[in-house]
Design a protein around this ligand. Structure first.
Ligand SMILES: [Zn+2]
Length: 113
């Protein structure tokens, strides 16, 4: 499962940060996920709980923040918010959009001890 490797990646980041910032326990993880990242939020929660067991983040809460995708409309020459890939521009109806963000996933914040 795609989400399993993403969660393992998150845990690796937590372990690296723990060494760097000298904390030993993670209580909450805020994760920003772009609406075009293709990440299944429910699968993410499920995998997170499995991956963090017996780690420094055992029992940590996962807070997911969905970030709307942004695209550049070639027709309007401006940045617009789109809900999903292949959506038309909300201003002019053009399909000449280049997705500029919303495909990424990142840790926004951590609550640690
Ligand atoms: Zn447009």
């Amino acid at each position: 499962m795609h989400e399993m490797s993403l969660c393992e990646g998150v845990l690796q980041i937590l372990e690296t940060e723990a060494k760097r910032q000298h904390f030993t326990k993670v209580k909450t993880v805020w994760l920003e996920i772009g609406t075009m990242s293709g990440v299944e939020i429910e699968a993410m929660r499920f995998c997170f709980d499995a991956v963090i067991r017996h780690s420094l983040a055992d029992g940590a809460k996962l807070e997911i923040i969905e970030v709307p995708a942004q695209a550049w409309c070639l027709n309007c020459s401006q940045s617009v918010t789109v809900q999903q890939r292949y959506d038309a521009c909300p201003h002019c109806g053009s399909y000449q959009l280049q997705v500029t963000s919303g495909e990424e996933m990142r840790i926004k914040e951590l609550e640690v001890e």
